[in-house]
Design a protein around this ligand. Structure first.
Ligand SMILES: *Cc1c(COP(=O)(O)O)cnc(C)c1O
Length: 389
C-alpha cells in the first residue's frame, strides 16, 4: 500500500529549482546566474556596524518582538522621506526574518482556510507555499508580455475576484519579469481593492532597484489604501546582505498586530545585531542608492545586450536583479529542458520561468538570468553564451 507523502498538503512544492540548478552549476563549473544573490557583500561600514553591535552586546539576546527601536525608527523615516507615508514606529512597523517571514506571517495571519488569494503569475516561489500553509486557494492572474515588457491585464484581475477573495498579493518591482507596476495599474488595483473590500499584501523588496525613468510607487501611498495594505520590505537586496535576513512590514496598527500574532510563533525574533547595522544602512546618503541603481543598470545592459547577441529575445527589465528571455528565437520551446542542458552547452545556469507559474504552458519558453553579479562574471557568461547560436 502506498502512503501519501508525509507533507501531503505541501508535496507539490518539492525541492526548489534553485537547489537543483545550483547543484548543476557546482557539478559542471558553470556560471550560476540562477539564484538572485549578489556575489559582492554590501558596504564595509555597515559590516563594521554589525561587528560593533556584536562586540557592544547589542542584539545578542532576544531583541524586542517588534524589532529594535533604532531599526523601526529608521524604517518609518525611510517610508516618510521616500514616499510621504507617515508611520508610528511603535505600532505600524514590524521587523521580520527577511521578507520571507514577512510573507509567511502576513498570509498565515490574514488568510483563513477557504479564502482565495490573487497572486500575479509568474510569482516568487514562496507565495504558493505560504498560501497553501495558510489553507488558502491561490488564484493566479498572469502577467503577459506585450511590446517588450510584461503588463497586468486589469480586466483579468477584475474577473478573478470572487466573494471568497480575501487579498491581492502584489510584487513590484516584479521578480522574475522585471516589470515595475505603473501608477495607472496600481490605481486600478487600489480601486478594485476598495470596491470589493480586499486586503493587499505588497512585496517591495526591489524598491531601490529601478532603472531608467521607472519609478517605484508603494500602493499604500494611494488614497484609501493605508488601512488595507501590508507593505513588505527587506535589507537583503537593497544592501547586498541577503544572509542577514532582516526584513519588515509596515501597515496600520490593526494589520501590524495581526501579522505579529503569526510572526511571534514563527521565529519570535531574529538577526539581533544585524538589526542595528541595518538601522544605519537605511540612513546612508542618497549617493549610496544612486550608485546601487547605476551599477545594476549597467549590469542589466551588459547581460541584456549579450543575451540578445546570443539570439535570445530579451525583455529589458525596469527593475529587480533579473532579466527574462524568450528562447524561441534559438529554436527551443521548453525552458526546463533548455536550462538543464545550458550548463553543458554554454557553461551558464539559468532558471526556467515555468516554475513560477500555475499555468506552466504560459511560462514554458521563458528563462530568467540574474545580473546581480560582478561585471567580469557577466562578461564571461556573455562570451560563453555567444557560442549558442
Ligand atoms: C529575494 C526575495 C524575497 C526574500 O527576501 P528575504 O529578505 O531574503 O527573505 C522576497 N520576495 C522576492 C520577490 C524576492 O526576490
Amino acid at each position: 500500500m502506498t502512503r501519501p507523502p508525509l507533507n501531503r498538503h505541501l508535496a507539490e512544492f518539492g525541492t526548489t529549482i534553485f537547489a537543483e540548478m545550483s547543484q548543476l552549476a557546482a557539478r559542471t563549473g558553470a556560471i550560476n546566474l540562477g539564484q538572485g544573490f549578489p556575489d559582492t557583500d554590501g558596504p564595509e561600514e555597515i559590516r563594521e556596524a554589525a561587528v560593533r553591535a556584536l562586540r557592544d552586546g547589542r542584539g545578542n539576546q532576544y531583541p524586542p518582538g517588534t524589532g529594535v527601536p533604532e531599526l523601526r525608527a529608521a524604517i518609518a523615516d525611510h517610508q516618510r522621506d521616500r514616499y510621504g507615508i507617515d508611520l508610528d514606529p511603535d505600532t505600524e512597523v514590524l521587523v521580520t526574518a527577511g521578507a520571507t517571514e514577512a510573507i509567511a506571517a502576513s498570509l498565515l495571519a490574514l488568510v483563513a482556510p477557504g479564502d482565495e488569494v490573487i497572486a500575479l503569475e509568474p510569482y516568487y516561489d514562496s507565495y504558493a507555499a505560504c498560501i497553501a500553509m495558510a489553507g488558502g486557494t491561490r488564484v493566479p492572474v498572469t502577467l503577459r508580455p506585450h511590446d517588450g515588457a510584461y503588463g497586468l491585464d486589469l480586466d483579468e484581475l477584475r474577473a478573478a475576484v470572487t466573494d471568497r477573495t480575501r487579498l491581492i498579493l502584489l510584487n513590484t518591482p516584479h521578480n522574475p519579469t522585471g516589470t515595475v507596476l505603473t501608477r495607472a495599474e496600481l490605481t486600478a488595483v487600489a480601486e478594485l481593492a476598495i470596491e470589493r473590500d480586499l486586503l493587499v499584501v505588497t512585496d517591495e523588496v526591489y524598491e531601490h532597484l529601478v532603472f531608467d525613468d521607472a519609478e517605484h510607487l508603494p500602493i499604500a501611498s494611494l488614497p484609501g489604501m493605508r488601512e488595507r495594505t501590508v507593505t513588505i520590505g527587506s535589507a537583503g537586496k537593497t544592501f547586498s546582505f541577503t544572509g542577514w535576513k532582516v526584513g519588515w512590514i509596515t501597515a496600520s496598527p490593526e494589520l501590524t498586530s495581526a501579522v505579529r500574532s503569526a510572526k511571534q510563533f514563527l521565529t519570535y525574533v531574529s538577526s539581533g545585531p544585524f538589526q542595528y547595522a541595518i538601522a544605519e544602512a537605511l540612513r546612508l546618503p542618497a549617493a549610496y542608492y544612486d550608485t546601487l541603481r547605476a551599477e545594476h543598470a549597467a549590469k542589466r545592459d551588459l547581460l541584456s545586450e549579450g543575451l540578445a547577441q546570443a539570439g535570445f529575445a530579451v525583455y529589458k527589465p525596469a527593475g529587480t536583479y533579473f532579466v527574462t528571455t524568450d528562447i524561441r528565437p534559438l529554436g527551443a520551446e521548453d525552458g526546463f529542458a533548455f536550462c538543464r542542458s545550458l550548463p553543458e552547452r554554454a557553461g551558464v545556469v539559468a532558471i526556467p520561468n515555468a516554475v513560477f507559474y500555475d499555468h506552466r504552458e504560459a511560462g514554458a519558453p521563458f528563462v530568467r538570468f540574474a545580473f546581480c553579479k560582478k561585471t567580469e562574471v557577466l562578461e564571461e557568461a556573455v562570451s560563453r553564451l555567444k557560442h549558442l547560436s
